[in-house]
Design a protein around this ligand. Structure first.
Ligand SMILES: *Cc1c(COP(=O)(O)O)cnc(C)c1O
Length: 483
């Protein structure tokens, strides 16, 4: 634990400590991270900072007090709706991010069903298993049943399987444009038609693609239909803090009609503090995030977004070709934009990830199937060649036998053996022990292949939940060494 310092600290000293701590953070400015940060260059960066700072004290909770923020939000929503094939009837709001947008889409579906399908007591939402975990979070928070259907061999939503999974309790169908794991756009027209046939709602999660796919299409690349031009699509989520290049804390949730959006709102009129109305999850809303989104959209305009998309797609083409040319590696499926995975049929791809980490690259690990993940941004144009060279080196090293690798694979084999032979409570203890050994959440960050290998072999997913909950707790605890 730490306590509040007893006395004031000079501002310079505080900022210096923060600058020092930052030194060890991932170097997104150098294009070394392949997720989390969407950097569109210094000019955009400085504009965002200025716009954010200008409105950082303002609160979007009450639009009456700040007509400027009200105008920004209305225009951001409108510009986004227009980009996604929407007409004047589309209604929407800004939210704090993709998760809040998805929570709202699901909550709206629940309220819509309560009003329009009152006989349904156990509502279900139906999605391909590639859909984002925020939908699980929504089902968890709002007491709905989530039904996940395996994707097809091309990592695309399997419409026939989803059709078979529709029940009288289904209220919402979900597709992604694109999905995060492999970057695949689901067959939205077919999913939306299925929803229409059953008179239920259809949400398109365009959180990561909404500000990219329209421009990728304009550049002449094939992009499947996914937006409001598709009949039956009733809501779309789009994150501005991804390919909209806005400051963090900016997403948009859009509905086909204002009547549908009304189910999203919350009002409480009996409070001593006055009449309380709130469109989405949060109360106080940072004015800076709203202002910065409006600023970057006006600064870039269609021409700016198109130009950036072209840079990104040229980098994607280079990376795809480069990855597929490396022995043992491939890009799974046929991702139409800048979200893609690296898979392997012959190498342990987690080992490749570990080798890449030693060369300074941070890539997320995926499972079912094992893979590494790339979110390509403008920052990667300058480093794509170096990355491919290092990837080839990493693949070569991962293919070779080495002592740490042998120990890793033995550990995985041992764990696989142990979980078959040992009683479940011992397996749980072993799992926790192994987390320490392999260093997830610990100091030994270089090597995670054994951890991921083991996680994939554990038959009891509940053990993994507990393990991850432990790690989550550790993240928000001040370590003993810092006291
Ligand atoms: C990023 C993402 C989300 C969640 O957005 P957050 O801003 O991280 O809350 C949801 N769906 C997809 C497809 C995403 O890529």
């Amino acid at each position: 634990m730490v306590g509040l310092p007893p006395n004031r600290t000079p501002a310079d000293a505080v900022l210096n400590v923060m600058r020092q701590l930052r030194e060890k953070d991932a170097r997104w400015q150098e294009g070394k991270t392949w997720s989390l940060v969407f950097h569109a260059g210094d000019e955009v960066h400085h504009l965002l900072k200025e716009a954010y700072a200008m409105f950082f004290a303002e609160n979007g909770l009450n639009p009456m007090a700040f007509p400027s923020l009200k105008k920004f939000e209305a225009e951001v929503v409108s510009m986004t709706a227009r980009l996604l094939g929407g007409d004047d009837r589309i209604a929407g709001n800004m939210t704090s991010g993709g998760t809040e947008s998805l929570l709202m889409a699901v909550k709206t579906a629940r309220e819509w069903a309560r009003a329009n399908r009152p006989h349904i007591t156990q509502p279900e939402i139906l999605m391909p298993n590639s859909a984002h975990p925020a939908f699980e979070k929504a089902a968890h928070y709002f007491g709905l049943k989530s039904v996940r259907v395996p994707v097809d061999d091309h990592f695309q939503a399997d419409v026939d399987a989803m059709r078979a999974a529709v029940t009288p309790n289904t209220i919402l169908l979900i597709g992604s444009a694109p999905s995060y794991p492999q970057g695949i756009v689901d067959p939205i027209p077919k999913l939306a038609a299925l929803a229409q046939k059953h008179n239920i709602l259809c949400h398109v999660d365009a959180c990561v693609g909404g500000f990219m796919l329209p421009f990728v299409r304009r550049l002449g690349y094939p992009v499947p239909d996914f937006d409001f031009s598709v009949p039956g699509v009733t809501s779309i989520s789009v994150d501005l803090h991804k390919y909209g290049y806005a400051a963090k804390g900016a997403s948009v949730i859009l509905y086909r009609t204002a009547a549908l959006r009304r189910h999203q709102f919350f009002v409480y009129t009996d409070w001593a503090g006055g009449i309380y109305a709130s469109p989405a999850m949060t109360g106080t809303r940072p004015g800076g995030a709203i202002a910065a989104a409006w600023a970057v959209m006006n600064f870039l305009g269609e021409a700016g977004y198109l130009e950036i998309a072209e840079t990104v797609m040229r980098t994607v083409e280079k990376l795809r070709a480069g990855i597929n040319a490396i022995d043992g590696l491939h890009v799974p499926g046929n991702p139409p934009m800048s979200i893609l995975a690296i898979g392997s049929n012959s190498l342990n791809v987690y080992e490749v990830g570990d080798e890449l980490a030693l060369l300074g690259w941070h890539l997320d690990r995926q499972q079912f199937p094992a893979g590494l993940h790339l979110t390509v941004t403008p920052a990667h144009a300058a480093v794509a060649d170096q990355f491919l060279a290092d990837l080839a080196t990493a693949a070569r090293r991962a293919g070779r036998l080495s002592v740490p690798r042998l120990l890793n694979s033995m550990q995985v084999k041992l764990a696989t053996w142990a979980v078959r032979k040992l009683p479940p409570n011992i397996v749980s203890a072993l799992t926790a022990q192994s987390a320490k050994l392999t260093g997830i959440g610990g100091e030994n960050e270089g090597r995670s292949a054994a951890m991921y290998g083991m996680m994939a072999t554990l038959p009891n997913r509940g053990d993994i939940d507990e393990l991850v909950l432990d790690i989550l707790e550790q993240f928000t605890t001040v370590p003993a060494s810092d006291k």
